[in-house]
Design a protein around this ligand. Sequence first.
Ligand code: CTP
Ligand code: MG
Length: 171
Amino acid sequence: MALDFKPIDSLYEGLVALIPAMFANATPVLAKGRRPIDCGLKFIDGRRLLGDGKTWEGLIAGLAAGAIVGVLLAMILGEPQAAIIGVLSSVGALVGDIIASFIKRRAGLERGAPAPVLDQLNFYIGAITILYIAGFTITLTIFIALAIISGIAHITANIVAYKLKLKNVPW
Ligand code: CTP
Ligand code: MG
């Protein structure tokens, strides 16, 4: 059965779009990156543009992971569009995470400081926004369902990463 992603109006289609973004979001912490994307630059407020928590290594590892998962899903489902959607949602997830760090620094929050909701849903909002711009709109019901799944998955993944000593804080 061919999936029709225009619009994304079933949980199945939604998950095909979301899963690559989840991998893109969860992988950067494994990369142990050391090259900050902002190159150490400061904004006009004297604070870091993004901070040391957003690195090139993390970005590239996240993009690669998301793209690979998207392509694998496309192959497993026999649905070429899933690859395009996976790459788009992965890019969106990482851009969303970077924008969230920019916002956190402007709010005076140090790297790693918790920002409830923003920390959990930045990747999801980024992914859905890029898909939306590319013409893959989503129904409100599926949007809310995926937001809940994203929040739970993010919280669970970060607790696991903390227990495995991959992260210093459980958020
Ligand atoms: N990470 C990375 N590159 C990215 C995103 C994340 O290297 N593009 C790594 C960093 O080691 C980061 C960790 O993954 O510390 C956890 O990511 P996140 O919680 O998003 O970053 P924070 O350290 O909390 O930084 P911020 O306050 O800016 O969100
Ligand atoms: Mg964090």
